[in-house]
Design a protein around this ligand. Sequence first.
Ligand code: PEP
Ligand code: MN
Length: 352
Amino acid sequence: MIIVMKPNAAQQSIDSVVSYIENNGLSTHLSAGEEVTIIGIVGDKTKLPTDNLISFKDVDRIVPVTETYKLANRKFHPDPSSIQVGNTWIGPGSMSIMAGPCAVESEEQLMCIARAVKKSGASILRGGAYKPRTSPYSFQGLEEEGLRYMQTAGRETGLATICEVVCQEAIDAAVKYVDMIQIGARNMQNFILLKEAGRSGLPVLLKRGLCATIDEWLNAAEYIIAEGNPNVVLCERGIRTFETATRNTLDLSAIPVLKEKTHLPVIADPSHSTGSYKYVAPMAKAAVACGADGLMIEVHNNPACALSDGPQSLTFQKFDRLTRELEPFCALAGRSFERFDGQASDCHRTGE
Ligand code: PEP
Ligand code: MN
């Protein structure tokens, strides 16, 4: 439940409500808006005598929160959250573009992709070092070596960096080298990993599970936040449906639904959802129109030779065209991103 205080309630009144709740063994979450403060109650409510709460000074009303996720709930935190990743922010007003290869393949490959995506407007470099592949015989990633290349590329370009983690060992390594960790679709309900990510101290990008409902997804986010890490960003990356024309089905309606249910930023991944470079641009534009705070897009210097997810990867030229085309959509949505039209990447461009 939440306790909505009267506009401009005295600090003393807020403090006495908080003490009453905490003295009964529950914890509180404060959301101080410009005029109204909301006190969220987390824990077993049966322990709390609530009848007299309404008579506390400056209490306006008590609203039950029926959802099992509390800290991720918009009722607890009515203003949308902005989350810092390295030197950039994900949230209202900006369009955060995360771009890069599915997998880090070499230092040279990553460096040239990093320069190209930065030039076209990405603010965060993505690159997988631990790859959860369907087949055990597929490329599994460079692991810590890949993370080191991410750090070098991030430092050289000034881009923030994100990498997927699949176990505690990967989290321990990621903390040393990157700015944000990603929990992939296959691990969205790996509750031990979610708790470990919550204790990592890094912001977390939580991708939607292949067959997860929005409610299950928000409960997964709650696991991370409940460990004391409020810096969670949700990524809609397509769900399994009966349709086989695309790899998955990008659930665009999840974006406005999430905006209603949670204060956490929401981004969309048109690459993994469609599985084909041909559909990335239209779905990216649609996601911006639906209210996404950002996009995750796979980009490769030579998609035909990529060690993973080549068919959905954009060439530099296609990525550049896409970000140019996105600009008016972002402007209409009240969001912006920065292009750096400086020097062209010196990397050999192929497959365009
Ligand atoms: C990825 O981002 O490379 C990835 C494997 O994504 P997902 O977990 O959405 O399949
Ligand atoms: Mn991929």
